[in-house]
Every structure is written in structure tokens, then in C-alpha cells.
Design a protein around this ligand. Structure first.
Ligand SMILES: Cc1ncc(COP(=O)(O)O)c(C=O)c1O
Ligand SMILES: [Zn+2]
Length: 458
């Protein structure tokens, strides 16, 4: 560890638990001393956000010129917090020190997607793959911070409602911390990979006869009746962790701000988090402008699209969500107001895409050797629409945020390649060239050779 890092780390340990972060209601501006158990404002019921009062004081604000080299230098340190792609940026986080529970999250790759770029009509396209986190989704970057906050408050139990990835992540981090975890998932609508993870990590897993929104309603009541710490993205500590993906992305781009960042929208925590990250980087002078942050939803789970279209973003229009991209099968997104503000602040767009468009985009991301789960593929499908509408120009720099790993939902992928997904949909024919179903042959080299020669000429 270099002297520079050692000095900073020692000073931090001394300063640990000094209150440098507060919560504030995003609507009425109330700043309670402590967040309610439901993480909603006691006065108006809206969500809370974390803010850093010291940043208003020039002398106490983190210095942009010092942060960039410090963060870079930490990459070579052997300290666990320095090796985490979240805690490496802890000057912008609400806690550090002994309570931190880390699995070495973050540090996710930024990939070129040449095939997808061609298909979208772009000169170049990049993807930040948050599915390359320890439990295979972006949730880990928020979970490490929120779970650490639960530990600091001496909770024994943590809980979440989930479409699968939050529960997998929470269960892993709780297990690492020696805490118990309770998972509420909608019966029948979560991908097997995710359910398997939460069982393996030891969560008490309940499949409720309802959808995600119903699970969240039950949990919001439960936390007022039993000491469980709520780890959904209404928890502002989750948002703080997830915002570090924006910082890491900018660092990977040598602080050159892309024209567009495109992210899937479900409960709308992640888009809010990334937007908060970009806004704070600009506030602290680490970047001079913002990327346009656009949000893409599945047509069958398009509450934000309808909220903007029908009320100009003033009133949530909930929907009965239906999509095979189960991670974003959410009709009543908790963070809709935060997301609307981010769209306004960055000048981003909000798009919706069909099931066939999602399936095609997912296959194309796979064909670039990257792969992702269905919910992540909405980003590429949405980009194609944004290029067609002229919102994105061919020469613009664009980063897609891929949120989940391809192995999360193998059933979807197999059905797609076997031709069983969307079989009855009218536009299924367009998907045909993207299908690569497994071929069953006799154990005969001649048969394999014939197939190989056929494939080589097709
Ligand atoms: C893979 C994946 N992508 C996107 C989302 C949507 O994120 P958010 O709910 O923060 O909008 C989720 C949420 O569960 C997810 O698991
Ligand atoms: Zn309020």
C-alpha cells in the first residue's frame, strides 16, 4: 500500500462514523435525523435521498484534483475496501470503516459491441456490464452499502421484495455478514438462476401469490411490525452504492463524458442512482457536462413511459405489468419521481420496446460474445428506436448499461434458440436468423463434418 493511500485510510478510520451524510425528502425537503423504517418521508410519504452537507462548504468539499489520482492509486492496494469498485470511491459514500461488508463488487468491464453497433446503425457502441458483479447483477454495488448500513444499526434480519436479482444479492451479502435474510418473490415469475442463488446463500425465501408490487406492499407493512431492515431500492443507501457505477464508468472513459448512457427501467432505482452519480461528479467538478441518461422499459411494464406521456411526469400512472423480462416486470415503480427528475436534469429520453425487440437485442448482445439477461437487452432495443427517431446520432458516443448476467435466465435463452419463445407472435419470423438451436446427431464424425461444412458455407 502506498504512503499516500495509507495516510488517507488512517485519517478515514479516525473520522469513521463522523456524520457526513444526511437524509432529505425529495419532495418536501424535510431533513429528518433518522430515516423511517419504510424509508419514506414522515411528512409527505415521498422517498428520501442522501446528501452531504459538507459539500456546500468549499473548504470541506472533496477536491476533484485529489480524488482522481487517489481512486486510481487504490486499484493497486491490497486493502479490501480499495479493491472494491464501490468502496474505492468512498469519499462520495455515506459510511466507511469496520461495518463494511464487501465481496469485491464493482470493477465491471466496459466492452465494445461491434455487431450491435452495426445493427443499431452506430459507428461505435460500448456496454458497461454490471452483470459481472459477484452475484451477477448491478444490485451488488448498492447492496454492499445498504447491508453495511444495516450492520452499523445492529440489525439481525434484512429483507427485500424482489424480481430475483435483489434477493440473490441481499442473500449473499447477508450471509457474508452473518445476518439472516428474508426474501419475498412473486410466485412463478422469477428466473431459476436467481431463485437458486437465494436458496444457496441461505435466505428464508417466500414465494408470495402476487406480483412484485404486491410483495413490496407486504414488506412495507412487515418492517413496521418486526425488526427487519428493508433493502429494496427505496433504501437510499442502495442508491448511493449504485451511483458508483457512474463514477467507475467515467474513470474507464478517462473522464470523457459520453453523449448517451442508456439503462433499463423497472422500479427505477438504478436510473436514479446513475443520474445522481453523474450530477454529483459535475457538482464536484470531476466532469464538466452530463451525459443524456435515457431509460428503456418493456412495453408491458411501461409505467414511466405512460407517466410522462399522459401526465407530463407529474403523476404516476401504474400499470399491471407483464413481460418475459421478469426483472423489470414492475408496474408501480417506487422511484418514478427520482427518475423523472433525472430525465429532466440530463435531457434523456424514455422509450418502450416490444418482447420481440427485446429477444432480438438479447441475441445480438450474445452474438458479440458478451451476453446479458433479457431485462438488460432493452437498452439495445431502445437505442435502435432512439437512432431511428434521430435522438441519437450515428457518430454519438453511447454506453449501454447491462444490468444482469446471461446465466441468470437460461430458460429464456433456451426457449429463444429452440423457437419456443414468442412462437405465436406475429413478428417472430424476424428472429429466425438469430436462432442457433442445438442440433442432435448420431455419434458419427461424418454427420458432424456434414453439419460443419454446411455451417461454413451458410
Ligand atoms: C437485471 C435487471 N435489470 C434492470 C432492473 C431494473 O432496475 P430498477 O428496478 O432499479 O429500475 C432490474 C431490477 O430488478 C434487474 O434485475
Ligand atoms: Zn416529504
Amino acid at each position: 500500500m502506498s504512503e499516500n493511500i495509507a495516510m488517507v485510510n488512517a485519517a478515514e478510520t479516525r473520522a469513521d462514523e463522523q456524520v457526513n451524510a444526511r437524509v432529505r425528502c425529495i419532495l418536501c425537503g424535510a431533513t429528518p435525523k433518522r430515516a423511517e423504517l419504510t424509508f419514506r418521508c414522515a411528512d409527505c410519504g415521498e422517498l428520501l435521498e442522501i446528501f452531504y452537507p459538507a459539500w456546500d462548504d468549499e473548504a470541506r468539499r472533496p477536491a476533484a484534483t485529489a480524488l482522481k489520482p487517489l481512486w486510481r492509486e487504490r486499484k493497486t492496494s491490497s486493502c479490501a475496501q480499495d479493491q472494491s469498485g464501490v468502496w474505492r470511491f468512498r469519499e462520495l459514500l455515506p459510511l466507511t470503516g469496520a461495518d463494511v461488508v464487501t465481496l469485491g463488487e464493482g470493477n465491471t468491464p466496459l466492452y465494445e459491441l461491434p455487431g450491435c453497433a452495426r445493427s443499431a446503425g452506430m459507428e461505435r457502441l460500448q456496454a458497461k456490464h454490471q452483470g459481472m458483479n459477484p452475484t451477477g447483477s448491478f444490485k451488488d454495488t448498492g447492496m454492499t452499502v445498504a447491508l453495511s448500513a444495516a450492520r452499523r444499526e445492529n440489525y439481525h434480519w434484512v429483507a427485500c421484495a424482489s424480481t430475483g436479482n435483489t434477493s440473490a444479492s441481499m442473500a449473499a451479502y447477508a450471509a457474508r455478514a452473518g445476518m439472516r435474510s428474508l426474501v419475498l418473490i412473486p410466485d412463478g415469475y422469477i428466473a431459476w438462476g436467481k431463485l437458486a442463488q437465494s436458496l444457496d446463500y441461505g435466505a428464508l425465501t417466500c414465494q408470495l401469490r402476487t406480483d412484485f408490487d404486491g410483495c413490496l406492499r407486504v414488506l412495507s407493512q412487515l418492517v413496521t411490525r418486526y425488526p427487519v431492515y428493508l433493502l429494496n431500492s427505496l433504501n437510499p443507501y442502495r442508491i448511493e452504492g449504485q451511483k458508483t457505477a457512474a463514477i467507475e464508468l467515467l474513470e474507464q472513459l478517462d473522464w470523457r463524458v459520453p453523449d448517451h448512457v442508456i439503462v433499463p427501467g423497472g422500479n427505477l432505482g438504478n436510473s436514479s442512482a446513475l443520474g445522481k452519480g453523474f450530477l454529483e461528479l459535475r457538482e464536484l467538478g470531476l466532469i464538466g457536462k452530463l451525459p443524456r441518461l435515457s431509460i428503456v422499459q418493456a412495453e408491458g411494464a411501461n409505467a414511466l413511459v405512460r407517466t410522462l406521456r399522459e401526465t407530463g411526469g407529474r403523476q404516476l400512472v401504474p400499470v399491471q405489468a407483464e413481460t418475459m423480462a421478469t426483472a423489470i416486470r414492475i408496474g408501480n415503480p417506487a422511484s418514478w419521481r427520482k427518475a423523472v427528475r433525472i430525465l429532466e436534469a440530463t435531457g434523456g429520453a424514455c422509450e418502450e420496446v416490444s418482447e420481440a425487440e427485446i429477444a432480438m437485442a438479447k441475441a445480438e448482445i450474445g452474438a458479440d460474445g458478451v451476453g446479458c439477461e433479457p431485462a438488460s437487452a432493452v437498452t439495445l432495443a431502445g437505442l435502435k428506436k432512439l437512432v431511428r427517431s434521430g435522438f441519437v446520432q450515428r457518430s454519438d458516443s453511447v454506453v449501454l448499461v447491462l444490468t444482469g448476467h446471461v446465466l441468470k435466465d437460461p430458460e429464456y435463452t433456451l426457449k429463444f434458440h429452440r423457437g419456443d419463445l414468442l412462437a405465436e407472435a406475429g413478428d417472430a419470423g424476424a428472429l429466425e436468423p438469430h436462432r442457433r438451436a442445438p442440433v442432435i446427431l448420431d455419434a458419427d464424425p461424418d454427420a458432424v463434418l456434414r453439419l460443419l461444412e454446411q455451417a461454413a458455407t451458410s
